[in-house]
Design a protein around this ligand. Sequence first.
Ligand code: FE2
Length: 297
Amino acid sequence: MFRLAHVTDPHFRGFREIRPLDFAGKRAVGLANLVVNRSRKHKMDLLEDLRRDLRAVAPDHLALTGDLSNVSINGEWRVALAWLDLCGLAPDAVTVIPGNHDAYVEQVVSDRSFEKLFASYQTSDVDRDPDSAYYPFVQIREQLALIGVSSAVATGDLGAWGQIGEAQLARLEALLQSPQLASLMRVVLLHHPPLVHKGGEHRNLRDREAFAAVLARAGADLVLHGHDHQDERGELAGPGGKPIPIVGGGSASYAGGLDRRARYNVFEIEGTAITWTTRVQDPATTFFREVRRERLV
Ligand SMILES: [Fe+2]
């Protein structure tokens, strides 16, 4: 059995390396929000509890689907890197993609700041497109092909919407259909949900219909996403109408009520069968425990 852990939206805090210029524009608003709201809703202690649980569960692989930071400051990402260093998994057993908070301002996107720092978690076993397309990348691990897609764009406004873009979608379609992946379980990793669970186009995936069309033509076996900070389950149709499970994870650091409290998923994969389990932090003990076990496929 192969066990794939899925952690998302940890929103690590870390203010080293902050420069006066960082307190401008969208980041000023984001930092104010961080001080007023986020530091109350997202607790770093919960991420330590989660790491302890992850070490005990010892999955074969960990997928981290974005929003590692709040305002895309190197200090936040370095705290995330330090956390990853101590999670008990080798870099090639971890896949990382960015979320909208990791593309908070245009400069970090054009500088590829995130990709430079997380390069060892974004290696690709299939050649990257030499003409710029860094995403998607593919990591083949035993019977799995993990396909890292980026929907993180600098929105230029206060929105949290995402976009994969035509070039990346074309590359994704070709990869999903490539003979190299034909006998593997194709797991697509994406920050934004490709289905609408929460309203508001200022925060949703703009090209979700085009993504659904790619899956309808090329197929996939599982899609994992974050962004909504709650457990979500949906489906998209693959070739011949075969349902593709879409599973969204809640935030790894959310300090609120038990229905959304700090959590992560572990997928147990045996042949073509996938069992979805969810582990949630219990505030009474600080330990995580399993609250869901259901057969997905
Ligand atoms: Fe997000």
